[in-house]
Write a protein that binds this ligand. Structure first.
Ligand SMILES: *[C@@H]1O[C@H](CO)[C@@H](O)[C@H](O)[C@H]1NC(C)=O
Ligand SMILES: *[C@@H]1O[C@H](CO)[C@@H](O)[C@H](O)[C@H]1NC(C)=O
Ligand SMILES: *[C@@H]1O[C@H](CO)[C@@H](O)[C@H](O)[C@H]1NC(C)=O
Ligand SMILES: *[C@@H]1O[C@H](CO)[C@@H](O)[C@H](O)[C@H]1NC(C)=O
Ligand SMILES: *[C@@H]1O[C@H](CO)[C@@H](O)[C@H](O)[C@H]1NC(C)=O
Ligand SMILES: *[C@@H]1O[C@H](CO)[C@@H](O)[C@H](O)[C@H]1NC(C)=O
Ligand SMILES: *[C@@H]1O[C@H](CO)[C@@H](O)[C@H](O)[C@H]1NC(C)=O
Ligand SMILES: *[C@@H]1O[C@H](CO)[C@@H](O)[C@H](O)[C@H]1NC(C)=O
Length: 367
């Protein structure tokens, strides 16, 4: 099954050379949100250069979506073809989502629209799309210094009634929808087909841009908080409440958002306001009120100069793997060890999105 898919994909993409559809993601919700694209530089580059190409305001946002340590410098090298997740602001209108007036690319000497689309932005956009949104009549007539909006595909829609982070994934040669669904762990082949309007998985083409929904954590953020629509994807961390709060999402806590004071200097506020629950428990800490019951001080959003918190109770006995090992009954520090988590993630430095199955199978077949 997989091998026949691989070969078909290869045949379709390599032999017939059929043009793939231009990247365009459905977005029914009239809103803005944060989305992500999978960018693979054609030549070796650095995180800082990627940050400036996509005009990501803070390096820590780029580090957070790649789960890299906060101490990672902008000079960190990124090899060619390594996929880096880049956060983009998404705006949905007329049923389609596009990066909200960003990034802006300034035309340099010897640039062409197709070079910008396929080389500089790794095929996340077509040159027709850049041409269309910038109202360029003749694609051969672009001037050095001209500023072009590069409209990247994105979406803000819920998937299966769950908030997700939409990720634009460029299909590698010799892969299958099943393999892509497995790679992202979060989604099924059927979801990918529905979301991308694919009726025949065998028609998947290398270079096609897929809308992949990444699982996001559930949170206690109040719907009238400024950051009510914040979604944090599995395996990422981010900052909110004017930088005062850092939140991360992973499977370790049943995909419940884990937040704690960031220790960073706030933007817009002179100091970070208190982050305590009414019982004086600090944000991210928990108490064990009985053997099985845990009360965690969770982040609930922010307003004016106030950080909102709420106590959430959960039953630790039903999730034995998450139960604390000792010190039962006492107040405990429930803060996750950032240093450790980040140190560990550094070893994974931007996991290349390589599908190992197909080349392997093909080699076997060819032998
Ligand atoms: C990157 O990938 C492209 C296409 O898959 C390939 O042609 C190119 O040689 C690769 N570059 C490097 C440096 O691996
Ligand atoms: C909205 O989309 C429809 C078809 O999808 C298109 O015909 C129409 O021109 C679009 N309107 C705007 C304002 O882009
Ligand atoms: C969550 O992310 C981890 C890696 O960070 C991955 O192994 C796992 O499959 C993901 N789970 C879901 C449900 O997305
Ligand atoms: C906010 O959430 C409450 C319940 O949690 C709901 O009753 C209310 O309608 C929501 N408000 C908005 C603006 O969505
Ligand atoms: C919280 O702390 C304040 C001052 O530190 C104290 O007055 C108050 O009684 C404490 N409240 C609880 C519920 O412990
Ligand atoms: C927050 O600010 C708004 C105006 O920006 C004001 O109307 C409201 O009363 C303030 N709320 C609190 C709790 O201070
Ligand atoms: C995990 O979360 C889901 C939904 O948020 C809930 O239904 C389930 O009971 C939770 N599982 C555990 C072990 O807490
Ligand atoms: C709660 O968290 C704070 C940091 O936010 C930490 O300094 C403190 O020791 C923790 N308190 C308890 C009782 O674990």
């Amino acid at each position: 099954m997989v091998d026949s898919l691989c070969i078909l994909v290869l045949l379709l993409s390599a032999l017939t050379g059929r043009a793939q559809p231009p990247p365009s993601f459905k977005c029914a919700s009239k809103t803005t949100c944060r989305a992500m694209v999978g960018y693979s530089p054609a030549t070796p580059t650095t995180l800082g250069a990627i940050q400036s190409l996509f005009q990501v305001k803070n390096l820590r946002t780029l580090l957070g979506v790649n789960n890299l340590p906060l101490s990672t410098p902008p000079t960190s090298p990124v090899p060619a073809n390594r996929t880096v997740r880049v956060p983009i602001p998404c705006r949905c209108s007329n049923g389609t989502g596009l990066s909200n007036r960003l990034p802006i690319y300034t035309v340099a000497k010897d640039d062409s629209l197709s070079k910008i689309a396929s080389l500089y932005f790794s095929g996340l956009v077509t040159y027709h799309q850049i041409q269309a949104v910038n109202g360029i009549k003749d694609a051969n007539l672009i001037k050095v210094g001209q500023k072009l909006w590069v409209p990247l595909p994105c979406s803000c829609d819920y998937v299966d009634a769950q908030p997700v982070v939409h990720y634009a994934h460029v299909v590698a040669p010799a892969t299958s929808l099943d393999a892509i669904a497995a790679q992202f762990g979060t989604t099924t082949t059927n979801t990918l087909m529905t979301l991308n309007g694919i009726t025949d998985p065998k028609k998947l083409m290398a270079g096609q841009v897929l809308d992949v929904p990444l699982k996001a954590c559930s949170s206690s953020i109040s719907n009238n908080s400024v950051d009510a629509r914040m979604v944090v994807a599995n395996g990422t961390y981010g900052f909110t409440a004017n930088n005062c709060v850092m939140c991360k999402c992973d499977s370790a806590n049943n995909f419940t958002l884990q937040c704690q004071p960031s220790g960073l200097k706030p933007v817009d506020w002179p100091t970070c306001p208190a982050t305590q629950c009414p019982n004086n428990l600090s944000l991210g800490n928990y108490t064990l009120s009985s053997t099985c019951s845990r009360s965690t001080c969770a982040y609930a959003g922010y307003r004016n100069q106030t950080i909102l918190t709420t106590l959430i109770d959960d039953n630790t006995c039903s999730e034995s793997a998450m139960a604390p090992s000792s010190d039962e009954g006492s107040k405990m520090n429930g803060r996750w060890s950032l240093a450790l988590a980040l140190l560990f993630s550094q070893m994974l430095l931007i996991v290349p999105e390589i599908d190992v199955m197909c080349p392997l199978i093909l080699r076997l077949v060819l032998n």
